[in-house]
Design a protein around this ligand. Structure first.
Ligand SMILES: OC[C@H]1O[C@H](O[C@H]2O[C@H](CO)[C@@H](O)[C@H](O)[C@H]2O)[C@H](O)[C@@H](O)[C@@H]1O
Ligand SMILES: [Ca+2]
Length: 742
């Protein structure tokens, strides 16, 4: 045992690995020597596609269709091109991007072929780049090269025809995570403070600091003084956060401070603060989110970005300490609501990676103490707890109309009131928000609307006008997971005794010094399972449903969140089997799991528009939790199949649509599943030339999903094999192998 690892296969000179063909863009395009044409002698000419075309024209030759003296090198991966960046970019776009959206997709009807000059011939020989995928990769590479200031590059062909699964994984690892990482401190506050949702006339950077973090207040004040040009507005929050306060803060929306760590300024040698980094979802969502962060951390951990996942856990602990909860997200207008809770699992996964490091147990203690406080003060307290069933609901406090939605979202609800009072829309909203107009039916509507947003499923007909009354299978599965995780951690890491310090008692009925043991958490979990079985399980349908705690009846909307019970381990093996045979077929579509069934959504039309968390849309968290849950109950084949379908859909859209990765997909649409126009539309589409961020939880689902499928499937994905073709091939091979045995 032990000893050095066996040597790997010998590396041939000139092989792909040899010169970092797949280096990240910064490394690839900033390495001077890589882009010097070492073969260039006195004959070197600097070609651009433009000058190439002109020259061909002069000679009466046709480009790009003529093959003539083309470089026909057949050595895979060894071909490189000598390219003048800007002129080639311009000709590529002029020719292959007729709809001028700075993306080359299957919808662009250009000739789909462009001739490049090979580096080996000093630019004398030519080679055709063909098809949407290679041309769009060329556009992406040229955009990156330009960004790094390159005028001329030597580009490896292997970057243009790379296996798409490898390319997307590489983009996520080397580019997207970085593009989505934020740090709130002097280094980049302008970027972190930007809020595409800001509805005010003066969207300036603003930060709210909790009263318990005076050192941060000093830090940001100083920063604002030293850099007046960024117009940073620094505000100290009062100790007590009330619905009135949050409503009034809507006139001045801002970022909420998160955790900072002490560090030494390399310039002055003095102690200073540095923001703990976090990943944002992307698009219009440029702040730390609750459940997005958990999903993102699953991808970060696969990519060994453990520090970033750990840092997000610590930011959550800060939020629980200073704001009383893990926030929906860290903007002032989200202050009163949370999101689906995943802290214990997230902390455990990080701990698992760092447990050999000093401080790991302290990290886990901090996270678990925070989770216990959150459990008691948020989820198991009024108004979220329903004392009759013992189950919990999404039911945050708040006043008035949520300001962050896309303009027009509430028009159909508010228009009748606007007419009734004969005032303008804005006047009505202001009067209603400040209580000058009282409309109890609207209060009820917005209580449910806030609950919908806390649930993370904003919006869906499952929840409209009812959400705050529902004990959902989602939330109660997650709380069951908290209970079982906390029990296990107390027993296995803390010797079955965890002392609760004073700061973790506020908002709970615990006394400082109280000792938690696993037994009480086991009892809590047992009680919740019983209640879930009693109120949420439906034997006939073979799945879980929400329970209306006011009407005291089970609901009928079929939601993919039924599979969260598998993820949390709350189902019996019999229930799990019933879900697989009865429920799963109702949710399975071309690209994976539907959010809900078509029957449950009902008819849609002008008066009843599509909601983004209903049929036909599919979301990354639903997929990830279902795969993990199915795996947990040994339904490996089902988990692999669902993961394959999801990954195939994402890879295909990535290949056909210039590297696109979006927030959610229409899982019933094989050709362009990224097209979603419900509510605020899709996020992640809006890029020029090359995608820089993807979308947080979809990035993660891709990386995580590749851990779920087997190696054979991964290879089939790389060749864009549809699931049915893949299965057929597997079956044929099996039949052949069996026949050979006989
Ligand atoms: O601006 C409208 C709503 O946007 C958020 O919801 C959606 O994006 C979140 C970030 O990716 C995600 O966590 C949520 O599940 C999505 O539905 C926000 O969370 C809502 O509170 C907000 O009203
Ligand atoms: Ca285009």
């Amino acid at each position: 045992m032990g000893g050095p690892a066996p040597p790997g296969p010998p590396r041939t000179r000139g092989s792909v690995d040899d010169h970092g063909v797949y280096d990240d863009a910064r490394t690839y395009y900033t390495a001077e020597e890589r882009h010097l044409n070492t073969r260039a002698g006195p004959r070197t000419r600097t070609y651009s596609q433009n000058s190439l075309f002109k020259q061909m024209e002069r000679l009466g030759l046709q480009e790009p269709y003529r093959r003539g003296s083309h470089d026909e090198s057949t050595i895979p991966h060894s071909r490189r091109f000598l390219i003048q960046v800007e002129p080639t970019l311009q000709s590529l776009l002029a020719q292959e991007d007729p709809d001028k959206n700075m993306q080359i997709t299957i919808e662009d009807n250009g000739p789909k072929v462009l001739t490049l000059r090979t580096a080996a011939s000093n630019g004398h020989n030519r080679f055709d780049i063909r098809g949407t995928y290679m041309l769009s990769n060329l556009l992406q590479e040229l955009s990156l090269a330009k960004e790094y200031g390159r005028k001329q590059i030597i580009l490896d062909e292997a970057r243009l025809n790379e296996n798409p699964v490898n390319r997307l994984s590489r983009m996520i690892r080397d580019h997207f995570w970085e593009g989505l990482t934020r740090r709130i401190d002097a280094s980049s506050i302008e970027v972190a403070a930007r809020d595409p949702k800001d509805w005010t006339d003066d969207p300036r950077p603003r930060i709210y600091v909790p009263s318990g973090a005076p050192e941060q207040y000093e830090y940001y004040k100083k920063l604002a003084e030293e850099r007046p040009e960024i117009r940073l507005d620094v505000q100290l929050l009062p100790e007590k956060i009330t619905p009135e306060l949050v409503r009034d803060m809507n006139a001045k929306p801002g970022l909420l401070a998160v955790d900072m760590e002490e560090t030494t300024d390399p310039k002055t040698g003095k102690k200073t603060l540095r923001g703990r980094p976090f990943v944002v979802p992307g698009g219009r969502f440029n702040e730390l989110y609750g459940w997005d962060s958990y999903m993102e951390s699953l991808g970060l951990l696969v990519h060994d970005k453990v520090d970033l996942a750990k840092s997000m856990v610590l930011n959550f602990c800060f939020c629980i300490k200073h704001y009383g909860k893990i926030l929906n997200a860290t903007r002032s207008y989200y202050l009163l609501r949370s999101q689906p809770p995943f802290l214990t699992d997230m902390a455990l996964r990080v701990y698992d990676k760092i447990k050999h490091e000093p401080g790991a147990v302290d990290f886990l203690r901090t996270a678990i103490l925070a989770a216990i406080k959150e459990y008691h003060s948020v989820w198991m307290a009024e108004p979220r707890l329903d004392r009759v069933t013992g189950l919990s609901r999404y039911r945050p406090e708040g006043l008035g109309v949520p300001p962050e939605t896309e303009a027009g979202h509430f028009v159909h609800i508010l228009e009748p009131y606007v007419k009734k009072y004969g005032i303008t829309f804005d006047e009505f909203v202001d009067a209603y928000n400040h209580g000058r107009i009282k409309e109890p039916a609207l209060d009820e509507y917005f209580m449910h609307d806030r609950a919908v947003r806390e649930s993370g499923h904003d919006t869906t007909y499952r929840f409209e006008g009812i959400c705050a009354n529902l004990a959902t299978i989602d939330l109660n599965s997650l709380l069951f997971k908290y209970e079982t995780d906390i029990s296990r951690i107390i027993r296995s890491v803390f010797g079955d005794k965890l002392v609760i310090p004073e700061e973790y008692c506020t908002g709970t009925s615990l006394q400082p010094g109280h000792v938690e043991t696993s037994a009480i958490w086991d009892r809590r979990a047992k009680r919740r399972k019983l209640a879930i079985d009693k109120y949420l399980w439906n034997e006939e349908e073979g799945m879980y449903f929400d329970y209306d705690t006011v009407k005291r009846e089970q609901c009928t909307y079929e939601s993919a969140t039924t599979f969260w019970a598998l993820w949390a381990g709350v189902s019996s093996p019999k229930q799990a089997a019933a879900m697989v045979t009865k429920a799963l077929p109702r949710f399975e579509a071309f690209g994976g799991l539907l959010s809900g069934t078509k029957e449950s959504r009902g008819e849609i039309g002008l008066e009843r528009p599509n909601r983004q968390w209903d049929y036909p849309y599919g979301w990354a968290p639903q997929q990830m939790l279902a795969w993990t849950g199915l795996y947990r109950y040994s339904f490996t084949e089902e988990a692999e199949r669902l993961a394959y379908k999801w990954l195939f859909m994402i890879t295909k859209a990535f290949v056909d649509f210039n590297g696109v990765v979006v927030e959610k997909y229409d899982v019933t649409r094989p050709i362009d599943p990224h097209r979603v126009d419900a509510e605020y539309g899709n996020q992640g589409l809006d890029f020029k030339g090359v995608a820089k961020e993807g979308f947080g939880w979809v990035n993660a689902s891709y990386i995580y999903g590749l851990q779920i499928v087997n190696a054979h499937m991964r290879r089939a994905l790389g060749t864009l094999t549809p699931y049915e073709t893949f299965v057929k091939a597997v079956e044929e091979n099996r039949a052949k192998a069996l026949a050979e045995l006989e």
